[in-house]
Write a protein that binds this ligand. Sequence first.
Ligand SMILES: [Zn+2]
Ligand SMILES: [Zn+2]
Length: 425
Amino acid sequence: MKYKRVKGTRDILPQEWILREVVIDVVRTTAYSFGYGEITTPILEEAGLFIHSVGDASDIVTKEMYTLVDKAGRDLVLIPEGTAGICRAYIESKMTVWPKPVKLFYFQRLFRYEKPQKGRYREFSQFGVECFGSQSPTADAEIISLAHTMLKKLHFSSLTLHINTLGCDACRKEYREALVRYFLSFESTLCEDCQNRLKTNPLRILDCKNPSCKQCVADAPKIHPYLCDVCKEHFQGVLGCLDVLKIPYFVDYELVRGLDYYTQTVFEFISQDLGAQGTVLGGGRYDGLIEKELDGPPTPAIGFAMGLERITMLLETKRTELPLRTIDPMLYIANFGGNTATLSLQIAQDLRQNNMNVLVDLEGKGMKKVFETAEKRNAKYLLVIGEEEEKTGIVSIRNLTTRENKELEISAIPSFFLKGDQNEV
Ligand SMILES: [Zn+2]
Ligand SMILES: [Zn+2]
């Protein structure tokens, strides 16, 4: 084969799309029910947007961005995450003057130059929501409730909500110093990246996947003793609201998320079904991003994102519980000679106009092949039209399950299928 897929990318075939379509439908409908509107932003953005938002010490920016220079010399990237572009659009498209909160959701294709592994690709799709303009703990609880609602609708049962707070700039300053003091005594056991992070962003060490760093992290100081009153109260407010909504949670002091812009609440929904790759969805509050990093007006914000590949993979075992579209043909039409091929298309046209799945043999296959194909394609009914049927206008429709035949006029075919008459055959 001359050309192959680019490493880390994949082809999504029809059977997977049937499942993905249900996911998309459920999450979109749920987002609308919470007052969100859909937005699409470009896959290409300026590189600087991510350096300033995601953070120049993050793995995403330092190692994983697909960067390119266009013909005019612009530094561009294929976007590695969804939030920064939405924030850019929020400012640039003047959504800043809309009534608050502004609630947006998106489906986006993202690109990260990561080591490919099961369920993780260099090009992947994400569903995400962002809520701009509310500082209230109820905004945090509501967005968690949105995530919870859609995952339940998708028949996830063994889910745990992990939640933590990362504090604000004020309380984080002292915490940061405590972390640096702690990690300095382990400096030589930290990986090279974390030794650098000690200088640039010690919080990121908490998120390192390297086993020796993970060991050091276990006993590292936690943020909670350093929280200021505002942050403490906010976190308690969120938890109180979750109690009322009966959304069970686990306060996970070790939960930090790998992006620099998070403040206060961070959360993840973890599924037991997928072992090491348990996180199905994650998000958090990012009150400083729009004002401090993107020069927008002061805008508290919170959001989450969910990888569609992983969700679809998890749902593969639940196919029977989900309202999947059927792509099998209800009717297979074979034809032999004369104008029967054209007549077949004409019959199919009426049925297809009513969303019935109809497959027409376009090649004029032999009778044996016709039966084989109809069976392989899982067709329910078979209609064979020869010159005789064309002349008389009478055809025989065969139920391929019961093997019974029904004679009827060609003009009666639509009502046979569309009025449910076929149930009698
Ligand atoms: Zn604080
Ligand atoms: Zn490390």
